[in-house]
Design a protein around this ligand. Sequence first.
Ligand SMILES: [Zn+2]
Length: 148
Amino acid sequence: MALSTAGSNGHAVGVEVDGVRYPSARQAAEALGLPTSTVQRRTHNPNFPNYRWLGATPGKRAVHDPGNCLLAKALIEPTPWPLDGGARRANVLDPNFDPPRVIRRVGWVRCMRCQRFHFSGDVARARMCLDCGGAGGMPTGPRPDADA
Ligand SMILES: [Zn+2]
């Protein structure tokens, strides 16, 4: 959840309702099922002595935390491994889904044109090597017809 702040001073404003302290009027409102404006009004209204405005309190500093910030998380891309003749396939995961979603698979594949192995970032769609003008990786070894 995003850190709640009041105004532009970056400090959360504490609110106490029925002896329970909340870090902000908004969070108190959420807990009580009331509009935030109602909670704010009541804290300043003598008819609601059980609502107390605790004033600006130093809130938690909004520290950038890659684990819970709202930016999209980077894809989990496997590090390419040495040529294995196409034995292994590894998943590229999108951690923005829970559970993380497999969006493509990487591994060594033979180029559909020159038949050389190349490390493809998508074994289903990038089947032609870079040298042949495909979207795959750099092929291993010289062109089969290079010395001909
Ligand atoms: Zn090729």
